[in-house]
Write a protein that binds this ligand. Structure first.
Ligand code: NAI
Ligand code: OAA
Length: 342
């Protein structure tokens, strides 16, 4: 299950050799998330080729990371193939960055400042994701896409529409990364329950923004007063805001997100390599609810999402949040689809 992967990663020696060959491309690799995420991917024995792509800085990021002594190769490219790449003389551009990629992780785009919602990022990030996914459709149509760029509730539907328009949409391969919500839920519930977070695997469903994030705390078996349940639920829903406030204008979660993005990516690769029982949350096309895209635990396999799993019974308290969430989530999905249609 999902939580059992975390201690395995934390305690593993980073020197074991890769069992399979896998190319991971990070788009937005020079950013606050992209740099530590690329570093963690360089440490993974499941990654044999790491491609760092951004509009700035990637030859430097790739050169730096390439000195980490693991067996994988690192390449860095900018949009202009003639602008210089790492290794010097290698082919740059989006085509070179994406060709042969098995997993493309996308943290490209602007982050929030205090007072903004994730939806306030839509105008900038929607077209960034659209353009990058067009590149994926052309150069690596079979890759699994792991979309981090906010607002995830809308950028994933945009990605799906772009791929549909190009005739290469496979719902098993388009995922919004909601892993950080589960990381937060495990951390905060661990504190509440006096348990090591690695022993928890809180189910978090819905989307990735405010009240569309619904942690199913009843399933942990924790004892909580009504006030504690409310405080923990709201803290998980608005965990991103906690970091945005603390960073005071310097961005949003980067380090915890790099960790979460890495855990997600490595688990996708493990499943591709044939490991069984890889279950983790993802925001995917789903028929579990009225919302066309919905985050729930998913079983991953060789081709991405093998099965969208259910999430069990909701308590009356959780049902109240669920009923508020669905219209908001549907509106954010529609906003993404409308953008892609125009
Ligand atoms: N899904 C999640 O749980 C989370 C999502 N995020 C989102 O991740 C995104 C990135 O956040 P940060 O890394 O903190 O931002 P950042 O500003 O530090 O980095 C973003 C990077 O994207 C690059 N970029 C911009 N346009 C690009 C393009 N067309 N092609 C390639 N690269 C491009 C920038 O040059 C920059 O290096 C934001 O939208 C943020 O809201 C952040 C935390 C958690
Ligand atoms: O809050 C933000 O804007 C970044 C994010 O998605 C998170 O930290 O969950």
């Amino acid at each position: 299950m999902f939580s059992s992967k975390l201690p395995a990663m934390a305690s593993r020696s980073f020197t074991s050799s890769a069992a399979n060959s896998a190319k991971v491309a990070v788009l937005g690799a020079a950013g606050g998330i992209g740099q530590p995420l690329s570093l963690l991917c360089k440490l993974s024995p499941y990654v044999t080729e790491l491609s760092c792509y951004d509009v700035v800085g990637t030859p430097g990021v790739a050169a730096d990371i390439s000195h980490v002594p693991t067996a994988s190769k690192t390449q860095g490219s900018l949009p202009d193939p003639d602008a210089g790449a790492w290794p010097t003389g290698s082919e740059g551009g989006l085509k070179a960055a994406l060709t042969g990629a098995d997993v493309v992780v996308i943290p490209a785009g602007v982050p929030r400042k205090p007072g903004m919602t994730r939806d306030d990022l839509f105008n900038t990030n929607a077209s960034i994701v659209q353009t990058l996914v067009e590149g994926c459709a052309e150069h690596c149509p079979n890759a699994v896409l792991a979309i981090i760029s906010n607002p995830v509730n809308s950028t994933v539907p945009i990605a799906a529409e772009v791929l549909k328009a190009k005739g290469v949409f496979d719902p098993k391969k388009v995922c919004g990364v909601t892993t950080l919500d589960v990381c937060r839920a495990n951390t905060f519930m661990g504190e509440h329950m006096g348990k090591d977070p690695k022993d928890l695997d809180v189910t978090v469903i819905g989307g990735h923004a405010g009240i569309t994030i619904l942690p199913l705390l009843s399933q942990t078996g924790a004892t909580m007063t009504d006030e504690e349940r409310e405080a923990l639920t709201v803290r998980i829903q608005f965990g991103g805001d906690e970091v945005v406030q603390a960073k005071a204008g310097a961005g949003s979660a980067t380090l915890s997100m790099a960790y979460a993005g890495y855990v997600f990516t490595e688990n996708v690769l493990k499943a591709m390599a044939g490991e069984k029982d890889i279950v983790m949350p993802a925001y995917v096309q789903s028929d579990l609810t009225d919302a066309e895209f919905f985050a729930s635990p998913c079983r991953f396999g060789k081709d991405g999402v093998e099965e969208v799993l259910g999430f069990g019974e909701l308590t009356e308290y959780e049902q109240g949040w669920f009923d508020k969430m669905i219209p908001e989530l549907k509106a954010q999905i529609q906003k993404g689809k409308d953008f892609a249609a125009n």
